[in-house]
Write a protein that binds this ligand. Structure first.
Ligand SMILES: NC(=O)c1ccc[n+]([C@@H]2O[C@H](COP(=O)([O-])OP(=O)(O)OC[C@H]3O[C@@H](n4cnc5c(N)ncnc54)[C@H](OP(=O)(O)O)[C@@H]3O)[C@@H](O)[C@H]2O)c1
Length: 254
């Protein structure tokens, strides 16, 4: 049995990783800003982090804050993990963080570098967008009477349960460095994803594609965030929609 700390273990991915590791018989601690007894803000270098890491063999780092601070969080985590004698640090990143110059992606790339140079045994997995995130974005856009999409942007969403399967397996293995990317089964246009989502939620909206300016848009349009050569995920967007919004049975979640 291994003692494993999952940072962000209450989040979309972290919750599923935690479930899998516990089902495998490991002792799993969940750290987030709000999860007692390991309620720690990673952006602050407090004693709570040392307590959470005492006796831990492996850390799976899933915590993230879209509003910034992930680099500082990772630096604090690494220093404390070294102090605690952690053997293996597993990090989840995103396909294309080195190709798409989005601020959040640049931060993830910087965190990857911190992990690689941490002096700890490390593993980094990059995945494409989770179905959950795509739906979250599309539902926000569908609040307007017309859904305005960035023209000709493809996407390759993946089922988060499959990412959790892979991450949990990596966490109980030996440090493996950068492992092959994990991409969803289909590369689709954003428009086709939006239309599928509108159908599943019974919303009627006009959909308009608008070309944008800038390097980030160009990188997304060129598919910098895709991994077509690693389209190993099996769960499709339609299967996800059917489970989430009805009309389907089973699914790969949980
Ligand atoms: N979503 C995607 O499509 C996607 C794709 C590829 C990779 N990833 C990566 O997968 C990871 C997990 O993403 P997710 O979508 O599952 O995230 P999420 O649902 O937003 O969960 C974030 C988790 O981090 C915790 N957290 C946030 N700030 C924290 C802080 N300062 N200190 C400690 N804990 C903190 C949150 O709990 P509290 O609020 O309680 O702190 C929560 O448990 C991220 O690294 C993300 O970049 C995501």
């Amino acid at each position: 049995m291994t003692t494993i700390l999952v940072t962000g273990g209450t989040g979309t991915l972290g919750r599923l990783v935690t479930e899998r590791l516990r089902a495998g018989g490991h002792e799993v601690r969940v750290l987030s800003r709000h999860s007692e007894p390991y309620a720690v803000d990673l952006r602050e270098d407090g004693s709570g982090l040392d307590t959470a890491l005492a006796g831990v063999d492996t850390v799976v780092h899933c915590a993230t804050t879209q509003r910034g601070g992930d680099e500082r969080s990772a630096a604090n985590l690494i220093v404390a993990a070294r102090r605690a004698g952690v053997a293996h640090l597993v990090y989840i990143s995103i396909v294309g963080v080195d190709r798409v110059p989005l601020g959040y992606y640049r931060t993830k790339l910087a965190v990857e570098k911190l992990v690689e140079e941490s002096g700890l045994g490390w593993t980094v997995l990059r995945a494409t967008q989770f179905h959950d995130l795509v739906v979250q974005v599309l539902q926000a856009l569908a609040k307007a009477p017309v859904v305005v999409l960035p023209a000709r942007v493809p996407d390759q969403p993946v089922e988060v349960a499959e990412v959790a399967d892979r991450l949990a397996a990596l966490a109980v293995g030996a440090p493996a460095g950068r492992v092959p990317d994990l991409g969803g089964p289909e590369v689709r246009t954003f428009e086709s994803l939006a239309r599928a989502c509108l159908r599943a939620t019974g919303q009627r909206r006009a959909v308009v594609n608008v070309p944008l300016a800038g390097k980030t848009y160009r990188a997304f349009r060129a598919g910098g965030h895709l991994a077509p050569e690693h389209a190993v995920g099996e769960g499709t967007f339609e299967e996800y929609l059917a489970v989430r919004f009805g009309g389907g049975e089973g699914g790969r979640r949980g």
